[in-house]
Structures are given as structure tokens and as C-alpha cells.
Write a protein that binds this ligand. Structure first.
Ligand SMILES: *Cc1c(COP(=O)(O)O)cnc(C)c1O
Length: 384
């Protein structure tokens, strides 16, 4: 039976449990599994290597991204590191230049000393990737939409380039969620998620995942998952499973609300610029329509009046919480220069367009009008 996204989210990998018929996958809080005889395990041996709760999550995530193999990790960065670790010292990575700060730190302070070569390329300019190509280039790494400037990578074009030159394309799909964008269907070789964000969806866990249909890459990653051991525990797998069942309905509503806030913010005199792929003024509006189901629930905006205006605005918010992270049911605002992107040296940050008056908003499930009232009163200096 061919099933649609919403149905897969509930049923892929989540058959009733064999022994009791429990409808939800149980939390297998266990470290080891009794074997019927030497060399006769019943499918599981030791829980770093595999745990049924994790298997359910991995199967479900693979189905949502339309991939053959899913692997869960302890965090989004652990998943990202495992992917880089499949390369060899001396190999070259071409990364998009608007990246999660932790991914940049991982590349610069962990993988570069290990021997990986890295260059950063404007993520929306496919030709720039071709121009920066080296004989040792093995991997293209992009986020789309990017964090925090909501730029897009043309996934189909980059996948074509990678395939033509014998390299692979990996997409960090965290900002979109599989509901809005399915990179594997557009030719990407691998997708990474911080399940901490939209897949978990409730700001109650840290986790990561990789999905790919490349069998050899998947077995290399499976080896590293076990050999390095950055695995999620059964409770976090269970929470991620519980969260991902509703990703479609959450992200659909959150996107509607975000779209509405983006239009209002863009029209407000205190706002200098709004970065949101659903606005016609966004330079990649057409690309967003082509490769995403909808423009998503993340937006950034720059305030007139520089950092003092940012401080006043954030201090005046009553509903929206100032916090790192995104993708939860409650709206969160963050100040990238000092929070998510603090790992970037100031010169590098400015070069990438992350200005001192930039805020990033993750739109939650509050009523759209309540949310706007809070943003509007804070833009106007706060309640008296
Ligand atoms: C949060 C995030 C990560 C890192 O994930 P963790 O779960 O925090 O390790 C990677 N990429 C993007 C786009 C993120 O937002």
C-alpha cells in the first residue's frame, strides 16, 4: 500500500509491539538482550548497537524523508560529525556559507585539524560551487533554508553538479522539516536533521538523524554510530517518535502563522528588513515555491536602530521567549550574533550578513493574533 506522509508518520516502523500488542512503541529501557544460544541473538544484542525503540524511530524517519536507511544520533551535531567522519583526511568539503554556528565550529575546530579541507560558498549560487571545485572535493554540504538568513540552496542543481563530478550532496533539512521539503526526491544523497527541532517539536529533547538511500554510505554510518557510540537513549527516541507523528499538522499551522507575521513585520516602520522565503521580495521566492511545499515557520528580521533597538524589543516581549533552538510548539526568538552564531568570529559574521540588528523568530502554535499583538507592542516600545 502506498501511504502519504501523514499516514507514514503514524505507522512506519510503528507496528503494535509483538509480545503485548501495545499500540505505541514501548521505551525499551535496557542495555542488553538475552540470546537463545551462542551466535543466536533474537535481533538485538547490545543497546549501543541497536535498541527496538531506536529502530522504530530510524524506520519512521527514513519513511518521512523517502530514504532507505535512517540512523538516529545523540544530537544533530553528532549526526553531522558522523557524516564528515566518513570522509578521509585530505578530502575537501564545499559548504554553504550560511550555516548553523555549531556546524561551522565542528568544521573549523574539529574536522579541519583532523585533516578535512573546507571552503565556504554562497549557498544560493550553484555556479560558485562549480567554480570552487577541487580535485579532492567529495562532499557538498548545505542547509536550506539557511540559519539565520533564510537563503535557499537549489537542491536539484547542486545534486546534478555533485553527480556529474563524482561527489555527493548532503542537505541539513532541519529548518524545513521533511513535511516542507524532501531533498532525497530532488537528487540529494543524504539528509541530516537535528530532531531537537521540528521532528521532536516540543522543546523537550536533543537528538539527530541521518537518512540516505546510498547503501554503502549507510553501512559506513551504521559502523560509526556503533564504533563512536553517539547514540540517543531510548527515552529520547520515544519522545522523538511521539513528536514526529504530528509534524505535518504542526508545521502546516506554524507556517500559516509565520507567513502572516512576516507580512505584518515587513509593513511595520520599525522593521528594516524581513528574511522569509514566502515574501515576494525574497530573492529566491520562486525557488522556494518550486522545492518546498510551503515557505516554513522560521523568519528573521532586522530592526531599525541597531543593537539598542534589539535590546529594547526583546526586553518588551511578553509572550515570545528569548531562547536558542527552534521548531517547538512555543514561539522562540533568538539573537544570532550572541547566541546561535556566537562561535563565528565577528568579521566572519558580518561578512555573512549576520548584522548586529538581526533577530530570528521560530513561530509556534500560539494564535496568530496573540503572537502579532506581542510583536507589535514590543516594536512600539513595550506596554507602558
Ligand atoms: C540545531 C541545529 C543543528 C545542531 O543540532 P543539535 O541537535 O543541537 O546538535 C544543526 N543544524 C541546524 C540547522 C540546527 O538548527
Amino acid at each position: 500500500m502506498i501511504m502519504q506522509f501523514e499516514t507514514l508518520a503514524l505507522h512506519a516502523g510503528q507496528e503494535p509491539e509483538a509480545a503485548t500488542g501495545a499500540v505505541t512503541t514501548p521505551v525499551f529501557q535496557v542495555s542488553t538482550f538475552a540470546q537463545d544460544g551462542i551466535g543466536q541473538p533474537r535481533g538485538y544484542e547490545y543497546a549501543r548497537t541497536g535498541n527496538p525503540t531506536r529502530t522504530a524511530l530510524e524506520t519512521a524517519l527514513a519513511a518521512l524523508e523517502g530514504g532507505a536507511h535512517g540512523l538516529a544520533f545523540a544530537s544533530g551535531l553528532a549526526a553531522t560529525q558522523a557524516v564528515f567522519q566518513t570522509l578521509r583526511p585530505g578530502d575537501h568539503v564545499l559548504a554553504g556559507d550560511d550555516l548553523y554556528g555549531g556546524t561551522y565550529r565542528l568544521l573549523e575546530q574539529v574536522m579541519r585539524p583532523w585533516g578535512l579541507q573546507v571552503d565556504y560558498v554562497p549557498v544560493g549560487e550553484t555556479a560558485a560551487f562549480a567554480a570552487a571545485w577541487r580535485p579532492a572535493t567529495r562532499l557538498l554540504w548545505v542547509e536550506s533554508p539557511t540559519n539565520p538568513l533564510l537563503r535557499l540552496a537549489d537542491i536539484e542543481a547542486l545534486a546534478r553538479l555533485a553527480r556529474a563530478r563524482g561527489a555527493r550532496l548532503a542537505v541539513d533539512n532541519t529548518f524545513a522539516s521533511p513535511w516542507l521539503q524532501r531533498p532525497l526526491e530532488r537528487g540529494a544523497h543524504l539528509v541530516v536533521h537535528s530532531t531537537t527541532k521540528y521532528i521532536g517539536g516540543h522543546s523537550d529533547l536533543v537528538g539527530g538523524a541521518v537518512v540516505t538511500s546510498e547503501a554503502d554510505w549507510a553501512s559506513q554510518l551504521r559502523f560509526l554510530q556503533n564504533a563512536i557510540g553517539a547514540i540517543p537513549g531510548p527515552w529520547d527516541c520515544w519522545l522523538a517518535l511521539r513528536g514526529h507523528k504530528t509534524v505535518a499538522v504542526r508545521v502546516e499551522r506554524q507556517t500559516q502563522t509565520a507567513d502572516w507575521q512576516a507580512g505584518r513585520l515587513a509593513a511595520h516602520p520599525a522593521v528594516e528588513q524581513v528574511f522569509y522565503p514566502g515574501l515576494k521580495a525574497h530573492p529566491q521566492y520562486e525557488l522556494a515555491r518550486r522545492q518546498m511545499r510551503a515557505p516554513g515557520a522560521m523568519l528573521s528580521f532586522a530592526l531599525r536602530g541597531g543593537f539598542p533597538a534589539v535590546e529594547r524589543f526583546v526586553g518588551a516581549l511578553e509572550l515570545v521567549l528569548l531562547a536558542e533552538s527552534l521548531g517547538g510548539v512555543e514561539s522562540l526568538i533568538c539573537y544570532p550574533p550572541r547566541m546561535t552564531h556566537a562561535a563565528l568570529p565577528p568579521a566572519e559574521r558580518h561578512r555573512r550578513g549576520i548584522t548586529d540588528n538581526l533577530l530570528r523568530l521560530s513561530v509556534g502554535l500560539e494564535h496568530a493574533e496573540d503572537l502579532w499583538h506581542d510583536l507589535e507592542q514590543a516594536l512600539e516600545g513595550g506596554s507602558p
